[in-house]
Design a binder for this molecule. Structure first.
Ligand SMILES: Nc1ncnc2c1ncn2[C@@H]1O[C@H](COP(=O)(O)OP(=O)(O)OP(=O)(O)O)[C@@H](O)[C@H]1O
Length: 279
């Protein structure tokens, strides 16, 4: 907590901490990573490390949105989670990742995002890359909606900050919540605020890890339509993790993961019911 505070109040320290960190990086998910990445990673701090290896010999076939090449990752020596995942997502494509509980979807998201380093293989993403976590509380760092936005816009004047923040909130239908406290928002509102604040950073890639998990069916549909509209406007490469069959019809493409490997990669219409069964 003290560390997080130092990082927020001292961006210059951040560079040092971040560049020292990857060598000792423990495979943990932490608010430290979230705070760094959400507020300051508009350049590829972690991406540099995930591109090490033989990347100079392998180049993406398409313009890079997300390029994942033979990625392996284990949380422990005995239990590999990702066992050679490869795919690429071009800009403008809305790609969904499916898989049963524990199949490694969240781990893959964090490897692509750069907060976990693959043990083998590499990831290349267009920058900046933004990640929306499954739990709404993990996406918002500050106590008020206003401060959540103001922090993303540190180089703008006060008037410009408010104007940009309000405009972003308007796009997600929540301008009236500008002065609200974050802890008073519903799960769906928090996810909308999170998307709006991240879009202010002009990401090229948006990763959403089961973003609708806390929503009812109608909010889920509204949210997915909203994100689709916003990303189409900005031509983002999108990776949307889900295990909800009803969400798949919104995808341009589906990738199904099972036991750490890709077992389906193609059009949503060709997916069979068995692709959704929990093995
Ligand atoms: N921080 C961690 N430390 C150790 N093991 C972990 C950690 N996070 C995940 N794992 C393990 O890695 C495996 C994959 O987990 P992950 O969360 O990536 O799966 P998932 O497909 O996203 O699951 P879900 O659909 O339930 O969210 C699981 O066996 C899980 O127990």
């Amino acid at each position: 907590m003290i560390l997080s505070f130092q990082v927020i109040s001292s961006p210059s320290l951040l560079g040092v901490s971040t560049f020292l960190k990857p060598r000792n990086l423990e495979p943990t998910r932490s608010r430290f990573n979230l705070i760094i990445s959400k507020r300051y990673c508009t350049f590829p701090i972690f991406g540099v490390y995930s591109q090490l290896g033989n990347s100079q010999y392998l180049t993406p076939k398409e313009e890079v949105g997300i390029f994942v090449c033979d990625v392996h990752f284990s949380w422990s020596r005995t239990r590999p989670v990702l066992k050679g995942i490869s795919f690429q997502v071009p800009p403008g494509q809305f790609c969904m990742i499916l898989g049963s509980n524990g199949s490694g979807k969240s781990t893959l998201c964090e490897v692509i995002y750069g907060s976990l380093i693959p043990h083998k293989g590499f990831v290349k993403t267009a920058k900046p890359t933004a990640l929306i976590y499954q739990s709404p509380d993990d996406n918002l760092v500050f106590p008020t909606v206003e401060s959540e936005f103001i922090c993303c816009l540190r180089n703008e004047t006060e008037e410009k900050k408010e104007e940009m923040a309000r405009s972003a909130l308007r796009k997600v239908g929540l301008e009236h919540l500008y002065y609200s406290r974050v802890d008073g928002l519903s799960g769906g509102e928090k996810q909308r605020v999170a998307v709006a604040s991240l879009l202010l950073l002009n990401p090229a890639v948006l990763i959403l890890d089961e973003p609708t998990a806390s929503m009812d069916a109608s909010s889920r549909e509204d949210f997915i339509r909203l994100v689709k509209t916003l990303v189409a406007e900005k031509n983002l490469a999108v990776l949307w993790v889900t295990h909800l069959q009803e969400e798949q019809r919104y995808a341009d493409r589906l990738i199904r993961i099972h036991s750490g490997k890709v077992i389906y990669d193609g059009e949503p219409t060709k997916v069979t019911t068995s692709c959704f069964q929990v093995e």
